[in-house]
Design a protein around this ligand. Structure first.
Ligand SMILES: [Zn+2]
Length: 292
């Protein structure tokens, strides 16, 4: 993975016979209470390695364009103007800066239905961002997002319900958890594998070492935790790289094997939020059929 150009909104890499371009849509600030321990409650304290801006976590919002010169795939599209937050929606500037003609984009691969990933298909003025668009790949469990503002694109949606090839070098792999249709895209070149993993990790300074820590918006916390641990394990193989929607821009990284087995140890976290702990205990008791 060799950096070949960079700018305010993009970074382009040579990845064997492919070119990978990281596109900055912007960033979003979120409170640390979005992070959840295994009891489903907010964490009491954050490790010092987790930086805050003001009182918030700052998450990069990235999309990725991959091309072999003839065919291309754009993974995710940013938030356009949907989030009512002026810190996102820069993907169009990023594409211009990287010299990518939006009209030439035929295949968009969406990791999941959330607004910071799918909304960029439509520009703030209501027009389609990618006028040559032929296919939008998205997990079958997430296709309900193609209504209203995104409705005009629905007939070009290709639902992904099992591992499927998009082209010779890109494969869609369902990884439900964050959402029912969450999907990662594996890119293979003669230099290795790149996994565009969407929202598998939101806070890299914490969740690489502690994958059991989940995110409030993980629709199925336990499934998301299992998916994250499995993908991290897979990515420790040689010649494997990750492209993360919320990893710090440009969001492309290697995953080192854990120094110890702490990744797999059970968290002993107990939240100081007593009301949350009580709800968690009641939910566990109900699941186990206990009456308390
Ligand atoms: Zn996201």
């Amino acid at each position: 993975m060799r950096l070949i150009s960079t700018g305010r909104h993009h970074a382009a890499f040579e990845f064997g016979d492919l070119r990978v371009v990281s596109l900055r849509d912007g960033y979003i600030d979120m409170p640390p209470t979005r992070l959840r321990g295994e009891d489903g409650c907010p964490l009491d304290e954050l490790p010092a390695a987790v930086p805050l801006v003001g009182d918030n976590l700052r998450l990069s919002v990235n999309a990725f364009y991959v091309t072999d010169g003839a065919r291309s795939v754009l993974v995710d599209t940013g938030a356009s103007n949907v989030w009512h937050d002026p810190t996102m929606g820069l993907i169009y500037d990023a594409l211009d800066e990287a010299g990518i003609d939006r009209a030439q984009v035929t295949d968009v691969a969406i990791t999941h239905r959330h607004e910071d990933h799918v909304s960029g298909l439509i520009m703030p003025d209501g027009s389609e961002a990618f006028t040559g668009l032929e296919r939008v790949w998205i997990g079958a469990g997430d296709i309900s997002v193609f209504t209203g503002r995104l409705g005009p694109i629905r007939e070009r949606v290709v639902p992904v319900s099992e591992k499927v090839a998009i082209n010779d070098w890109a494969t869609a792999i369902p990884t439900p958890g964050h959402t029912p249709g969450h999907t990662v895209y594996e890119i293979r070149s003669d230099a290795g594998h790149l996994l565009a993993w969407g929202d598998t990790v939101h806070v890299p300074t914490l969740q690489f070492d502690q994958p059991h820590v989940t995110w409030e918006f993980d629709g199925d916390q336990s499934q998301a935790r299992t998916a994250r641990a499995g993908l991290l394990d897979r990515l420790t193989r040689p010649h494997h790289f990750v492209a993360g929607a919320h990893l710090d821009s440009p969001g492309i990284a290697r995953v080192a094997p854990p120094a110890t087995d702490t990744r797999w140890s059970t968290s002993h976290h107990r939240s100081a939020d007593r009301a949350c702990r009580l709800r968690a205990a009641l939910a566990t008791a109900a699941k186990e059929g206990n009456v308390i």
